[in-house]
Design a protein around this ligand. Sequence first.
Ligand code: NAP
Length: 288
Amino acid sequence: MTDLQQPADPAPPPAQIPLAGVIGWPVAHSRSPRLHGHWLARHGLAGHYVPLPVAPEDLAQVLHTLPRAGFVGLNVTIPHKQAALALADSVTDRAALIGAANTLVFRPDGKIHADNTDGYGFVANLRQMAPGWAPEAGAAAVIGAGGAARAVVASLLECGVPELRIANRTRIRADQIRAEFGARVVVYDWAQVGNMLEGATTVVNATSLGMDGKQPLRIPFEALAPGALATDLVYTPLDTPFLREARARGCETVDGLGMLLHQAAPGFERWFGVRPQVDDELRRVVLA
Ligand code: NAP
């Protein structure tokens, strides 16, 4: 075929406004659209971020269709975090270790790349709100062993905590974390949480106890070391019974909202090309 016979190149598609969103079931409660909407407006970016309520049986089909509809990625929330990881074409080491994905990036060829930024968000929140926090200075105690606890454990170990203590009502989940994350993890019985707290310099509530509508976390608070850093993953309410008890015993406390805000930043940067700031204004917007 001569050059003259070459078919004309197809016209390039019109530039697309990037779309992203949060996929869950249900998802109406999510604060992520407000958060990302604020960043888009603040940076004057063309883009949209929408809630996507998708039932588990539809997840695979929806994930494979969205890249063809202008979506550049998604946040993933309950109950899809593990299924999304399994459906991805590539995964980061940290997502594989945690066993769940909360951030997806759709590549131009439609392939799905999965990451988990919860542990990053957890640590970034502590570094911002408690700049003197020194994870390597002493043992960390994690209460709970659900999906979020796995991200917390991974990030604390990466930060160099010398010992990672963990207790969970259902002990086998904590034993599983010990088996997967290695020798620095020490499992305590749920009835031994008081012993676990003794001397710990970082203490984390990674259970859902203390959330609005749930029982408060009841543990032997007198075992908390004054001066320890106490942080809660629960952020509704912002000031949980756990944080109040810890403060009353002389601990420094950090609430869980910042984790939510910081975990969102890497995804926003990948999808929309700007690294956004987590600041007081964002906290106000998300809490409003
Ligand atoms: P999950 O996988 O369902 O785990 C729930 C955890 O809470 C488990 O350890 C569970 O223990 C424990 N738990 C629940 N009810 C309990 C009770 N009555 N007594 C003792 N333990 C109880 O949930 P998750 O995804 O890990 O989330 C945990 C919390 O973190 C939630 O409140 C979630 O909203 C919050 N979170 C916050 C952020 C953030 O950005 N701040 C991010 C992720 C999650 P068993 O194993 O014995 O059931």
